[in-house]
Design a protein around this ligand. Sequence first.
Ligand code: FE2
Ligand code: FE2
Length: 470
Amino acid sequence: MRKPSIKTITVKILLTVILTAALVMMIIIGLSFRSLSHRLVEDKALAAAELIKAGLTSHMKAGIMDKREYFIQEIRTARNIEKIEIIRSNEVNAQFGKGLALEQNIDETSHKVFNSKKPLFILDEYKLKPKIHALVPYIASTKGRLNCLTCHNVSEGTVLGVVNIEMDVTEYRNTALVILILILCTSAVLVLLIIINTFRTIQTYIKDPLESLVGRAEEAYKKNIPLDTERYRSLEFQNVAKEINLFNSDIIKTQKMLKDKNQELELLNDEIEDTLKETVFTMGVIEEKRSKETNNHTRRVTGYCKLLAEKIGMSKDEIELAGDAAPLHDIGKIGISDYILLKSGKLTSEEFEIMKKHTTMGHDMLKHSKRKILRAAAIIAHQHHERFDGTGYPQGLKGEDIHIYGRIVALADVFDALSSKRAYKEAWTIDEVVTKIKAERGKHFDPSFVDLFIANLDTFVAIKDKFQST
Ligand SMILES: [Fe+2]
Ligand SMILES: [Fe+2]
């Protein structure tokens, strides 16, 4: 799954925090604003009620109670009050009798105000036209400019009546809503600005430098040029760039050291391989000398084997291996006594049986090695006297059951034996050799190898001439 970017993670966190904070703030502001709005309309209603109370008292004191209706209507119009009702107490009604047309009897709601002696506000705010009902008690008092008790036969603190007014507060509510919407919009714009700014800050100070750092770090490593640490504006990125420079420098040093070591190892390995090849070749020459073989027999057989392997189409490594292992084909002869090995006359059948053992003895000498060259040499020592038709020794292997190295060395060894002078015979001419080898096609030798030999006879002869016996 693809991992989210730093920008996405930060914006998610930021959005969660800001939106939560904004929501909490909005709730607090909304509730406070609602409370303030309520206080405002209550104060307005209270002021109107107080004005009515004062007006009624003044009319009473001035003896113009009959003008009260007119006064109240004027107040209603001036203050945009929808309804004004006066609810007189039983004491007042008992003293003065029923008065105004707009006077009402005490109902359940006004009864509460008579008892509590405190204003009661009922706000009907969720209607299309919100209203406030204010019920304000008129309490008899001797304090202030007006002494109620001069007219009323009641004790101080008695509730003389309740002024009940009903006012439309649509304008207040709408104003409050507009202000609330303005606050919300301003907050939303602020949140948006904070997010955009954070976005840009992350882009400028984190994402861009990070991407640039990754790209430049790779380039710096490839070209071996240190990063310019001054180009980064934040301390953290500057430090990272410095660390990358140190890291790259260490890696490059280590790589160079490993390369040098590797070269040393390759040279050492070549040296070991060359030493082994030379040792194998020398062992072949030692055996060649002891067997009184013609000089350079080993060199020529090596050359023929490589040539034949190449013409067969073997890989470069296989060609090298066949040629390098070939010198040990007769190494088993060091286990054969001089009497038999160096006998100038024809071997008896018993002697020949002993002589044949040089194949298995050579194989036994070499087979335990884990070196490729010696393992190949073991096969060659074992199988170079096998014949393609199965009449060879020591195992009487047939056809391609004989390892390809065995078949190659068989042809190379016989070609050199026939074309070289030996103590008991003269060297055959090339024509005689070719005739003999052709005659052995499919008998002693692999027929396809004989064909390749014939096709490349000149090169075989060139090798023979190059490493002539002396
Ligand atoms: Fe041999
Ligand atoms: Fe040989």
